[in-house]
Design a protein around this ligand. Structure first.
Ligand SMILES: [Zn+2]
Ligand SMILES: [Zn+2]
Length: 151
């Protein structure tokens, strides 16, 4: 996983090189940080406001505010009703990224993924043992199926 990757910024579509898997470019991150600062100041200047009042009052995007709540940035700020939707199903939660239902499903998927990786590894080892010359058509099909399943 050390190969040099470029990707399009998820926000402004500019091409950039992620250093540690970021989805947005440095410019957008800087803009985010500025907004976060504004949001934090707003909470400090308006003690006891609700999340909705904060979003409306500060003019910051909902998602940014929700992310800040997820990161625990308002823990001792007196912000009321720090709730936001589950990243998967949209159910209202107050901590973590997913609701408990989705967390359960994710764990199951992770297990399936691990199993699939194991069987793939096993098959690759068997293939090597056979010392076959090049891939057959059905091998490639297997790989394609594997890839679509495990994504
Ligand atoms: Zn950008
Ligand atoms: Zn959920």
């Amino acid at each position: 996983m050390t190969k040099l990757n470029i990707r399009n910024c998820a926000r402004c579509k500019k091409i950039f090189i992620p250093v540690s898997g970021e989805k947005i470019c440095a410019d957008c991150r800087a803009a985010d940080l500025e907004l976060e600062e504004r949001v934090k100041n707003y909470v400090r200047d308006h003690p006891g406001i609700t999340v909705n009042q904060l979003i409306e009052g500060s003019g910051a995007p909902r998602n940014l505010v929700w992310r800040m709540i997820q990161q625990g940035q308002f823990e001792n700020s007196g912000l009321k009703g720090a709730e936001y939707p589950c990243a998967n199903c949209g159910k209202i939660i107050t901590r973590g990224t997913y609701c408990s239902d989705c967390m359960g499903k994710l764990k199951q998927n992770a297990q399936k993924f691990a199993n699939a990786m194991n069987s793939k590894r096993k098959r690759a080892a068997e293939k090597k043992a056979q010392e076959s010359s090049g891939k057959t058509f059905s091998d490639s099909m297997y790989d394609a199926l594997d890839n679509s399943r495990t994504r």
